[in-house]
Design a protein around this ligand. Structure first.
Ligand code: ATP
Length: 140
């Protein structure tokens, strides 16, 4: 049972699913203009998120979930993250992320190709963060 005043609700929603819905003690996210630490009963807030893992503490344990841009809102002791893609560490397919990383790096290193550099850069960032989170927090 969550202790009132010591936890804040964390909801992470993607177009496909509600990926996370937990009572947590602390959240750390990377907004476009810097890192944001959020404790229970934080003041209302809206922020745009980067491609960077959201870390959170729950019952003394540090955990993480990948986030690929999107928005965060804090209101009524609830943090709502709406993002195009989010994966828990155990749901990350490391081989898929490695393949995406290799593909993006190949595209970016081929100077003659007529590629969309921004798109390849974002794909590389998503892949790198997935690999990091799986390694650090235990993927397959
Ligand atoms: P890929 O090229 O492998 O599809 P991507 O970065 O283009 O990677 P996204 O567009 O960010 O993929 O995500 C599409 C969907 O696939 C999302 O639901 C996302 O959570 C999921 N997804 C992408 N990569 C992985 C992965 N390595 N492991 C688990 N789920 C993934």
């Amino acid at each position: 049972m969550a202790e009132t005043g010591k936890t804040i609700r964390l909801e992470v929603i993607t177009p496909d699913a509600a990926v996370l819905n937990e009572d947590v003690n602390f959240v750390l996210v990377r907004a476009l203009d810097g890192d944001l630490g959020i404790l229970p009963n934080h003041a209302p807030l809206i922020a745009s998120l980067s491609i960077w893992p959201l870390e959170y503490e729950q019952q003394g344990q540090r955990q993480a979930i990948t986030i690929a841009k999107g928005f965060l809102e804090v209101s009524n002791n609830t943090i709502t993250v709406i993002t195009p893609a989010a994966e828990k560490p155990g749901d990350i397919d490391v081989r898929r992320a490695q393949a995406a990383k290799d593909r993006a790096e190949k595209r970016l290193s081929d100077l003659n190709s007529n590629i969309d550099v921004e798109r390849a850069t974002l794909a590389l960032q998503r892949a790198l963060r997935r690999i990091d989170v799986a390694k650090k927090y235990g993927g397959q």
